[in-house]
Design a protein around this ligand. Structure first.
Ligand code: WTA
Length: 648
């Protein structure tokens, strides 16, 4: 088990809820007492606008749940149109902050009415390309408003989207689109991040042109405006929507069944290709809206900022669907934490009066490394609630976040969830929970976790085991795209009666939950989820590589870092050039974030006599730990050679 279990100087610190906050908080302690269907049913009636009301809250036939059965609704209607109809058309939906920061001449606001017009036009344009209900669409973009508009336009039409992280390779895009047989891909001319431009559209082309592709049309959003190669397959968004109407009546929101597909999102598993996680309409939307509202204590005048990327589930749930369903004003930042200056985040908070910030431990650790002077130089007094997501947060980073971003008083919501769970499941609640740094602590109302040993026994305090969920929740995945068997094998076979999350966890004596990191071969680099298997597959694509195995080690900045063990063909020798070439190989094949931090060349990988790679040993070597028993190895000297490279 990795990370987090470590004791720290801050262990034992507790922060009781602020009584003032408790008085006005949206979350009420009684919610925890409610029955599962009672709680979610009540939320479902209050929070969503239905074209046809549902008749049954839940039908549960493990492992498939149906929520709000019989109901009809549209996610785009709930996120956009209804706010305009309710007189909130002039409210700012998005404060758009471009890569060069809030002082940029390109920074601008988009109101809900403007958002609606843009979504309607985009949807009308997509219709002309044959997109409609049930027709999947690929999206490969950066953090620009058109990405949000594109997702909502798909939702309006009932076309499931699959967003591929803009930093992934064109190959990754092509594979995912082919898997879905998507015919339309939406991308942008160039990416602009951290002061650099990158060829987004050309990257996509490279992937699409490398083999047979299902994609027939590529819609290109102009971002940099630079000249880029265009072919007959491509059309600029400007041209696509030049003559279409922006009147909502020209493109009504498609009435979707509660259980109709809303989107697919591919995520890494421990083996095999990325998995296409299926999310449906009503349960997902209700789950993200409820959690967003109660966890971040959203008010009419809140200014919310989730600094995630729409390419990951956090962006889907807590930039697009949750906040917009709640009609909030939010910041959409295109750039990175350190550009144009290390205080850009704090400038954004100051300029827009951000009240809620939701980010990752990795980002907090970057700021921490640069020093608190940047945060101190800006007025951050608007901040009321802070959030953390994506990986365990170490108590030092937690305390720093509270002290320097939250003025020593803003409560931090350490939210645990997954692509598969759709929304937050374990989290403190503002005004209710006594906070403990580094722990996600408590199940959200209507969520039923347990910690079990491998035999299925429920564990008590301070016993580390596997986190499971014993009851369904609205935003839970509705399977893996066209792969029922893999869905059952991965999540529902370890225990016959519960969802197996793949995370280690333990309860403390007060009944608070601490997440201990993944227990499978999923690596979490800067909160980005990767599988060792995918990285290994990328490495063996290089002609000099005979075999590769990948492990992870703790990293003070990125949480975990990838360590690759590589044996070479014939009498090839490892070199710095080859190390660079291998890292580049991984970047090309998956994306830069998957590049190994360390490459270790070996004569052979440590194998048992039956030819099995001893992964546990690789993990020990990567972490610089004592090795256990190595007598079962064919050649125990390979590991001593590897250890020398790590320590050298
Ligand atoms: C990890 C991201 C500890 C966990 C929303 C999970 C966390 C994986 C936390 C899912 C947290 C996420 N504390 N670990 N607060 N949040 N994780 O699918 O290992 O990209 O299984 O979803 O991130 O990553 P995913």
């Amino acid at each position: 088990m990795s990370e987090q279990g470590s004791t720290t100087a801050n262990e034992g610190h507790q922060y009781p809820p602020d009584p003032e906050l408790a008085k006005t908080a949206n979350a009420r302690p009684e919610m925890k007492e409610q029955g599962l269907e009672e709680f979610w049913g009540e939320q479902g009636t209050q929070r969503l606008d239905w074209f046809t009301p549902y008749d049954t809250v839940l039908e549960w036939e493990l492992p498939y749940a149906k929520w709000f059965v019989g109901g009809k609704l549209n996610a785009c209607y709930n996120c956009v149109d209804r706010h305009v109809e309710n007189g909130k058309g002039d409210k700012v939906a998005l404060h758009v902050v471009p890569d060069d920061g809030p002082d940029s001449l390109e920074s601008r606001d988009i109101t809900y009415a403007q958002l609606q017009e843009q979504v309607v036009k985009f949807a009308n344009g997509l219709k002309e390309l044959g997109v409609g209900k049930g027709v999947p669409v690929g999206i490969y973009m950066q953090m620009i408003p058109e990405a949000v508009v594109a997702m909502l336009a798909c939702a309006r039409l009932g076309a499931p989207h699959t967003v591929v992280f803009g930093g992934f390779s064109g190959k990754a895009v092509a594979e995912r689109c082919n898997d879905l047989e998507a015919k339309v891909l939406i991308t942008q001319d160039e990416a602009m991040r951290g002061g650099k431009t990158a060829p987004q559209k050309t990257n996509a082309d490279e992937g699409l042109d490398a083999g047979p592709t299902s994609i027939e049309k590529v819609v290109v959003v102009r971002r940099s405006g630079n000249e880029i190669p265009m072919s007959d397959r491509d059309i600029y968004l400007d041209d696509l929507v030049a003559d279409v109407s922006g009147d909502p009546e020209s493109c009504p929101c498609e009435p979707m069944d509660a259980e109709d597909l809303l989107f697919l999102l591919y995520t890494s598993g421990s083996t095999g290709k990325p998995k296409g996680v299926v999310h449906t309409t009503a349960g997902y939307l209700l789950g993200v809206a409820t959690t967003h509202d109660l966890v971040f204590d959203v008010k009419e005048d809140s200014v919310y900022w989730c600094a995630a990327d729409i390419g990951w589930v956090t962006g889907h749930s807590y930039i697009v669907y949750g906040p917009l369903c709640n009609g909030v004003t939010q910041v959409l930042f295109e750039g990175t934490p350190g550009y144009p200056d290390k205080d850009v985040w704090w400038k954004i908070i100051e300029k827009y009066g951000v009240t809620i910030l939701y980010t990752s431990p990795t980002a907090i650790r970057s700021h921490m490394k640069w020093g608190e002077q940047y945060a101190q130089s800006r007025d951050l007094s608007s901040i009321k609630i802070l959030g953390s997501v994506g990986e365990p947060i170490n108590p030092e980073a937690w305390e720093w976040y509270r002290e320097h971003v939250g003025a020593g008083k803003a409560p931090i919501m350490d939210t645990w969830w997954q692509t598969e769970t759709g929304h937050i499941l374990i989290t403190p609640l503002p005004g209710i929970t006594t906070l403990k740094p580094g722990m996600a602590q408590q199940p959200f109302p209507g969520v039923r976790p347990e910690v079990r040993d491998d035999e299925g026994n429920e564990l008590g305090a301070e016993e580390t085991g596997n986190l499971v969920l014993t009851a369904p929740w609205p935003g839970m995945m509705r399977g893996l795209y066209k792969d029922d068997q893999r869905f059952r094998d991965t999540y529902w076979s370890k225990y016959s009666d519960a969802y197996f999350a793949g995370d280690g966890a333990k309860y403390d004596a007060d009944g608070d939950i601490m997440l201990m990191g993944r227990i499978d071969d999923v690596v979490n680099v800067s909160g980005h989820r990767l599988s060792t298997f995918e990285v290994e597959s990328a490495l063996v694509e290089h002609a000099d590589v005979a075999e590769a195995a990948v492990a992870s080690r703790k990293d003070p900045d990125t949480g975990q870092a990838i360590v690759a063990f590589v044996s070479l063909v014939g009498d090839k020798e490892g070199s710095e050039e080859l190390e660079q070439a291998l890292r580049e190989q991984v970047a090309q094949s998956i994306g830069k974030l998957a590049r190994p931090a360390t490459v270790i060349f070996a004569r052979d990988l440590p194998k048992t006599r039956s030819g099995k790679i001893m992964r546990r040993l690789l993990k020990n070597i990567a972490e610089g730990e004592e090795l256990g028993d190595t007598t079962t190895l064919v050649d125990p000297t390979v590991v001593t050679d590897m250890q020398k490279q790590v320590s050298g």
